[in-house]
Design a protein around this ligand. Structure first.
Ligand code: FE
Length: 175
């Protein structure tokens, strides 16, 4: 809970639907994929396993195989670390929406919620900014997401610089 809770899934679904409409992606595929995208979040290889779980859920609900595969591909390709390239517009839309929710003030808040949960220090959280969060803007695929991401990225950079300054600048002794 915290960084990948219900709130995250709902925000990603909202962002994904907006981007899908701007980019002309299939709204139903994107919406279903967003709602199901993090079901395997707590564990290794969450994107691939999440796609597997989603297939089972959608089959049990009677969706057609072609639709199910389009959704499953979005989920298996949405993750930063999953190593699967999105082949469809819908998959690029979900990837973008998920990344946007790790940027801006929400991104900062989620990073520290996660740090609190696992006991990660401020210094290690700064490293997470360097290794992941500050690079997210360059991973956005669609024009609509880059528009939304511009201010969020700027805020991440400002916050990162400010935190680093306060952590590592030594005001020094007065004589
Ligand atoms: Fe997610």
């Amino acid at each position: 809970m915290g960084a990948h809770d219900r709130g995250h899934v709902e925000r990603v679904a909202r962002l994904a639907r907006y981007i899908a409409q701007r980019e002309g992606a299939d709204l139903e595929v994107v919406t279903v994929a967003a709602k199901l995208h993090d079901m395997a979040r707590d564990g290794p290889d969450h994107a691939r396993r999440g796609a597997e779980i989603a297939r089972g859920v959608l089959r049990s609900q009677g969706y057609e195989e072609e639709f199910i595969e389009r959704v499953a591909h979005c989920i298996e390709a949405h993750s930063f670390s999953g190593g699967v390239e999105p082949r469809t517009l819908e998959a690029r839309v979900l990837s973008d929406a998920d990344k946007l929710d790790a940027m801006g003030a929400i991104g900062v808040a989620r990073a520290f919620l996660y740090s609190g949960k696992v006991g990660r220090s401020l210094e290690d959280t700064l490293r997470h900014f360097e290794e992941k969060l500050l690079g997210l803007y360059d991973l956005l695929y669609t024009e609509a997401a880059r528009e939304l991401g511009h201010e969020r990225h700027k805020f991440l950079v400002e916050f990162y610089q400010r935190l680093r300054e306060e952590l590592f600048s030594d005001p020094g002794d007065i004589n």
